[in-house]
Design a protein around this ligand. Structure first.
Ligand code: GDP
Length: 295
């Protein structure tokens, strides 16, 4: 189920409730079941949906005979729960001007890291920040060229190497150079694949230990479903993810993966990628995302 369909199903479910106070227990139960089904079909994990449903029930029970009508009460409870799923207690890293803010971008190959770094760089450069990029993906042929092309289009300084095979060394050198040159934002692109499966996480740990980033950003493909939970948890265990960027929300995104990634990392989503162009990028606001979803 794509994101737009999820929104439509949630709205349809909520519409089943009369707007009077005389909503029966059965009707509420049916609507909660419908909503749960829609979320599971959108690839939100069953465990999360169950927890959410229980919390909504508690909220409704404690509200008792509140003056607010039942329909509104259920709507508000669903909305609040979705927002709290998307907005964990942990706040995103706040960048400071006039000091180097080093951000490490991690995620699987194809998730959209290189594109997202360019968008991120362009977004902050337009706001007047001094931004730079380091490519330490020495695994994928063409990764450095891709970053270089993006950086050139955006007129953003970059660092990388065609000959050095050790990503840790590239990261160290690039970050050291841009720190010295007093860049305010240093973005590090990493590989999304490795010869051995566990090797990728080890490589991320080594890079992270070498450059000590201020924060690590997990880039996830929004078209992916529940599998994202394990991916996100794996990266989080390896390098302590601080925030999430969800890409490809323009296409057939299920949206549920985003909720799962937030749950797995307990980290907030900071931006959404909504297309292949540099401008297809927007800051994420949980409440307005959910309001749009529920119409
Ligand atoms: P990486 O391997 O993680 O660095 O991924 P890339 O940045 O190379 O992106 C993989 C593909 O996804 C490319 O074809 C990008 O143009 C595309 N892509 C990245 N972000 C988005 C997005 O928000 N929307 C769409 N439609 N495509 C995207």
């Amino acid at each position: 189920m794509v994101l737009a369909e999820l929104g439509a199903s949630l709205r349809d479910s909520l519409r089943k409730l009369n707007s009077g106070v005389s909503v029966s227990e059965e009707q509420v139960q049916e609507v909660l079941n419908d909503i749960s089904r829609a979320l599971i079909e959108a690839d939100v994990s069953v465990k999360l949906v169950q927890e959410m449903k229980n919390k909504i029930k508690v909220t409704l029970a404690t509200a008792g005979d509140s003056s607010m009508n039942k329909k509104k009460l259920v709507q508000k409870a669903v909305q609040d729960e979705l927002v709290s799923l998307l907005e964990p207690a942990t706040k995103p890293y706040q960048m400071s001007r006039k000091k180097p803010n080093v951000l490490l971008f991690v995620g699987l190959q194809g998730a959209g890291k290189t594109t997202t770094i360019a968008k991120f760089a362009g977004y902050y450069a337009r706001k007047g920040w001094k931004v730079s990029m380091v490519c330490c993906d020495s695994f994928r042929a063409g990764a450095f060229d891709q970053l270089k092309q993006n950086a050139t289009k955006l007129r953003i300084p970059f660092y990388g190497s065609y000959t050095e095979a050790d990503p840790v060394l590239i990261a160290e050198k690039g970050v050291a150079q841009f720190r010295k040159e007093k860049y305010e934002i240093i973005l590090i692109d990493t590989s999304g694949r490795h010869k051995q499966e566990s090797g990728l996480f080890e490589e991320m740990q080594e890079i992270s230990a070498a450059v000590r980033p201020n924060s690590t950003v997990f880039v996830m493909d929004g078209t992916q479903g529940q599998a994202v939970y394990d991916q996100a948890a794996g990266f989080h265990d390896a390098v302590d993810v601080g925030s999430v960027i969800v890409t490809k929300l323009d296409g057939h995104a299920k949206g549920g993966g985003a909720l799962s990634a937030v749950a797995a990392t307990q980290s907030p989503i900071i931006f959404l990628g909504t297309g292949e162009h540099f401008d297809d990028f927007e800051p994420f606001k949980a409440r307005s995302f959910v309001s749009k979803l529920l119409g």
